[in-house]
Write a protein that binds this ligand. Structure first.
Ligand SMILES: Cc1cc2nc3c(=O)[nH]c(=O)nc-3n(C[C@H](O)[C@H](O)[C@H](O)COP(=O)(O)O)c2cc1C
Length: 226
């Protein structure tokens, strides 16, 4: 009898502990996302180029960033497109008011805890009707494809994980190309909650950006828009 009671109380304690651990994980993940959303971005770049490209198509490059890696990649794409004869406005996505004056839109976001930053996601949702009738290209920056991990199977998986869910919700937007770039991840730049989360996940740090791949994608977009 006593033995039975002890076993059932052990079971209920175990369940309780499991529930508490699960709740703690949910709170941590939520906070991680909240941090990624609430903290102001560092290293944002906003500028225009290609003003002297008379008759060149106008491209809006709207992006989000948290720690600046996506800004540097967006700026490189803009530079290449301006050299190719386009006029490019590089802007933080959450600040963009009107996209009607553009011939094409490129949207970029880093991946944080499996998802896009809110600025870029909101931009897509807010402008989905106009984007449905425009030339659209998208890119993400992440660490999933860093260095030797950049193989076709992982690329396909990264698209499934980080791009498809966004466009499953926005079926009318049909991007003509997807860029998936390795970004930069440095512990010294992280906010405290990010730091703890990433240390727990043993995320390897480094600058994994690859200029050749960024330029190649920008040239692909240029060819598609000519
Ligand atoms: C808190 C945090 C969560 C991250 N989550 C992911 C992830 O789920 N998948 C991934 O591939 N990279 C992840 N990364 C790496 C970032 O996507 C990468 O460092 C990106 O280049 C950062 O861009 P930013 O500097 O423009 O903010 C994460 C980085 C941080 C700091």
């Amino acid at each position: 009898m006593h033995e039975k009671k002890r076993t059932s109380s052990y079971r209920s304690n175990k369940t309780m502990v499991q529930i508490i651990v699960a709740l703690a994980m949910v709170v941590c993940l939520y906070q991680g996302r909240a941090y990624a959303v609430l903290d102001p971005p560092t290293g944002a770049i906003e500028r225009s180029c290609g003003e002297t490209n008379i008759g060149g198509k106008k491209i809006l490059l709207a992006y989000a960033t948290k720690h600046g890696a996506t800004s540097s990649i967006a700026a490189k794409i803009a530079d290449v497109l301006c050299q190719e004869g386009f006029h490019v406005d590089l802007k933080l996505a959450y600040k963009v008011k009107d996209i009607s004056a553009y011939d094409a839109v490129i949207v970029g976001s880093p991946i944080y805890i499996g998802g896009w930053l809110r600025g870029a996601r909101r931009f897509l949702h807010k402008n989905q009707d106009i984007l449905a009738d425009m030339n659209v290209a998208v890119f993400i920056t992440c660490t999933y494809l860093k260095d030797e991990n950049d193989v076709p199977e992982r690329r396909a998986h990264a698209k499934e994980l980080y791009i498809d869910p966004i466009f499953d919700e926005l079926p009318d937007i049909k991007p003509m190309s997807y860029g998936i770039f390795s970004g930069e991840f440095l512990y010294r730049e992280l906010y405290p909650v990010e730091f703890i989360l990433m240390k727990l996940a043993k995320f390897p740090e480094g600058d994994f950006r690859n200029e050749e791949k960024i330029i190649a994608w920008a040239l692909e977009i240029s060819a598609l828009l000519q």
